[in-house]
Every structure is written in structure tokens, then in C-alpha cells.
Design a protein around this ligand. Sequence first.
Ligand SMILES: [Zn+2]
Length: 68
Amino acid sequence: MKKQVKCPQCGKPVIWSPDNPFRPFCSERCKMLDLGAWAMEKRYIPGEPASSEGSNEASSNDTDSSEI
Ligand SMILES: [Zn+2]
């Protein structure tokens, strides 16, 4: 009895067996595509955009001075 999984890249059913070196992917192409997407995602994350929230205090100070 062979286990069947879905290729995470294209969703095709893949036989999970030692014969398939690309498991859980259906082919080398899908494996590379997924690895590429992963690397791109990793590169894409620029960092914490929440740091701009830290300037909240400064902007409230700004409002104060403009009130005068
Ligand atoms: Zn695939």
C-alpha cells in the first residue's frame, strides 16, 4: 500500500515512495519552483514595518507644537 500526497506546488497527487526523490513534490520542476518561491519570500521580507509605530510619541509632540 502506497501513501499518496498532494504536490505542494501544483496539487497533483504524488506517490510517496523512495522511488520519488522529489517527494512531496511530483517532479524536480515543482521542487525547484517551491524552493525558489520560498527563497523569494525570504528575500522579500524587508523587516519590521512596525518600527514606524514607535514614532507615535514624536508625532503627538508634533501635534502639540502645531496647536500653539
Ligand atoms: Zn507538482
